[in-house]
Design a protein around this ligand. Sequence first.
Ligand code: FPP
Length: 235
Amino acid sequence: MTLDKQIDLTKLPKHIAIIMDGNGRWAKKRKLPRTIGHTNGVKTVKRIVELARKFNIQVLTLYAFSTENWQRPKDEVSAIMTLLKAYLKSELSNMIKNEISFRVIGDISKMSTAIQEELKTAIDKTKNLKGLVLNIALNYGARQEILMACKKLIDEGIKNPTEQDFADSLYTKGLPDPDLLIRTSGENRISNFLLWQIAYTELYITNVLWPDFKEEDFCKAIIDYQSRDRRFGGI
Ligand code: FPP
């Protein structure tokens, strides 16, 4: 791996968000059930969390389950939930050891009680840790999040909110906006992900399918990001 040597450690993105796409296609190419694609997708999650830590990235946000994903076949939804539960069980001690602070964005009240319990335990046991913030989007939809923020501001009687008031009403309160958004598997769309937060985010789309996304691909995305001239609307 020589690509990592090309990364400028003084210009790293603080927050990387990822739309992990292509698990189904990865499995289909191998004539395997889609769920095997997701199982291999979890292996990539573990690799990328490790890499994000290695590069001292502050926040990694992963889109694991959208508000629209409930429309998938029951078996597939249940396989994803089982993988999530297993991930939390097997990774919690690792998170604690590595100072990872685990957070969730999305409406988890719609998930099973067992998963809600696992999530709450992981959030609670890691909330004061100072390393990488691992932020998982679960039953997440940006439109739902924006509506939730509006309702919250109304409930609080804030009639003339500032951008900061609005940002503070989102699930991502307190986190910097993503600097880099990676989408795997070549689709050129945002799919209801972090619509407010990505106003000035650099987009990086790769054809690599999520289970095949390796260290080299992660480095390529960061190197590409570092070649961009970020002007935030200025000149
Ligand atoms: C996209 O591939 C993937 C998902 C919707 C699910 C991602 C879930 C995991 C990787 C497992 C659980 C997560 C964690 C954090 C343990 P797709 O199924 O849309 O692929 P396709 O577009 O090729 O069909």
